[in-house]
Design a protein. Structure first.
Length: 262
């Protein structure tokens, strides 16, 4: 089972190493997207791929998502960001609002936050009753399992940073007029409840990790390392999912061949 205490936050990459691995990963990601979209290979549609991003505030989800999809044709991928539910969304089951953004065969979607808000912020802040968030672990696991049985590749990423590094990033955001919009009073309040959130994250990882929806923990203390690890993890999980549904995984393109991702 995934464990936050086992995440090695000391991992780092130089700027040159990051650039080299990002370029290689983006080329491979583009190749897999074209194959799964039926635009390369035998024309068959590959499995739907849904990448779920969760993590601490300021853990670098936005930057990682940018490196993951920024080079892809926007017609071939959907990025959906989820904040607190609206009044109308609260009138439905908590999973209801996520269905329209799920990818179909040949498609790919990236979720910036997700249904895990039920067992994280809604649990800690009291927006869900004890009975509601307690039963949500099974509801979420069954939901993901059903998606996986239909062929979907569910990739779940938790971006992990230390309490100290989060504070440094908050302070940098606060002093940058182009980034201060990302930081609000709610973010500072959440920091005061770090121990409560850590307990909620631990329970989430232990109770919702399953073969068709495993958790991957990303060491995000160093942003360069995190961006590369996210990209390479998504590639590996996508290839696993393709094999599971009988789609041939193509060999990587040679250095002088293939799509131009720049």
């Amino acid at each position: 089972m995934p464990n936050l205490d086992e995440v090695d936050l000391s991992r780092k990459l130089s700027k040159a190493e990051e650039a080299e691995r990002i370029e290689a990963g983006q080329k491979r990601m583009l190749q897999l997207r074209l194959v799964n979209a039926g635009l390369m290979g035998d024309g068959r549609l590959g499995p739907p791929v849904c990448i779920v991003f969760e993590g601490w505030d300021a853990a670098g989800k936005g930057g990682a998502i940018k490196r993951l999809v920024g080079h892809l044709d926007p017609r071939h991928v959907r990025v959906a960001s989820f904040a607190k539910p609206t009044f109308d969304e609260k009138r439905h089951h908590f999973l209801w609002r996520f269905f329209p953004s799920l990818p179909g065969w040949g498609g790919m979607a990236v979720f910036d936050r997700s249904w895990y808000g039920r067992v994280l912020v809604e649990r800690v802040e009291g927006f869900a009753t004890d009975e509601q968030w307690s039963r949500a672990y099974d509801e979420i696991s069954q939901f993901e399992h059903s998606l996986g049985q239909e062929g979907m590749v569910v990739i779940k990423l938790w971006l992990h940073i230390s309490h100290e590094e989060q504070l440094r990033r908050f302070e940098r955001r606060q002093g940058n007029p182009l980034k201060s919009w990302k930081l609000g009073a709610e973010d500072w309040r959440n920091r005061e409840k770090r121990s409560h959130y850590e307990e909620a994250v631990h329970d989430m990882l232990q109770k919702t990790d399953h073969p068709l929806g495993p958790w991957d923990l990303i060491a995000a203390e160093d942003k360069r390392w995190a961006r590369v690890e996210v990209l390479e993890t998504v590639i590996a999980r996508t290839e696993e999912g393709m094999r599971r549904v009988g789609i041939e995984v193509p060999p990587p393109l040679t250095a002088n061949a293939g799509p131009d991702v720049r």
